[in-house]
Design a protein around this ligand. Structure first.
Ligand SMILES: Cc1cc2nc3c(=O)[nH]c(=O)nc-3n(C[C@H](O)[C@H](O)[C@H](O)COP(=O)(O)O)c2cc1C
Length: 188
């Protein structure tokens, strides 16, 4: 199994300014998670991202939601890679089969995905573009064979229009994920 490469610094937020200005990626969740309603929404093809999503759910007490593509991806790696490449090249927006029940209730949404061709699977952008994230905090995380999360952060920010993004994690290592959750003030 391929594993991630640690937590990467993403975006342009300065370490000295945790309260990011509009458009910038924040270093921390402003005020932490206390008193906030939290969702972990994720997709996972081979289980790595699912494990991280479930760890985040356990550590934060969040609700969890599996983002289900309308057309499931083939179990065969080569076939999946070919479809994912075509969708990425076409900047496609494949349909999502399910919807979050009352997204309005959530203040903070963790969004998790495997890196596919340097980005999130394209239907994850469909997911992000289906909701109004104005006033919400979005925290991306991914697992990867080595490509860092940074390449997908700008796209996530564009798709989750109006959200405050917080710097993501691209690690599959539970200890690194725990440290990242502390660093971004998701847990104390
Ligand atoms: C279709 C496809 C495309 C991938 N593209 C990349 C890539 O561009 N860079 C990379 O480092 N890993 C890539 N990988 C590896 C996955 O990002 C990595 O194995 C990830 O942990 C899988 O997460 P999952 O088990 O939640 O599906 C790709 C895997 C698949 C199936």
């Amino acid at each position: 199994m391929l594993v991630g490469c640690g937590v990467s610094e993403s975006g342009s937020a300065s370490a000295a300014a945790p309260q990011a200005k509009a458009g910038a990626i924040a270093d921390t969740i402003d005020g932490g998670l206390q008193g906030k309603k939290v969702l972990v929404a994720y997709y996972s093809w081979s289980g790595n991202t699912k494990a991280v999503a479930e760890q985040i759910q356990r550590e934060t007490g969040a609700d969890i939601f599996f983002i289900q593509p309308q057309t499931p991806y083939p179990g065969d790696y080569r076939e999946c890679v070919d479809i994912a490449k075509k969708e990425m090249n076409e900047n496609a927006r494949p349909a999502v089969a399910n919807t979050v029940d009352n997204m309005d209730q959530y203040d903070v949404v963790f969004v998790g995905y495997p890196i596919w061709w340097g980005k999130a699977p394209m239907f994850v952008y469909t997911f992000l573009e289906s909701y109004n994230f104005q006033g919400k905090t979005v925290v991306p995380f991914c697992t990867t064979g080595g490509t860092p999360i940074s390449g997908s952060m700008a796209d996530a920010q564009k798709s989750a229009a109006g959200a405050q993004l917080v710097r993501g994690s691209d690690s599959s290592d539970p200890a690194a994920v725990s440290k990242w959750l502390k660093d971004i003030h998701a847990v104390q």
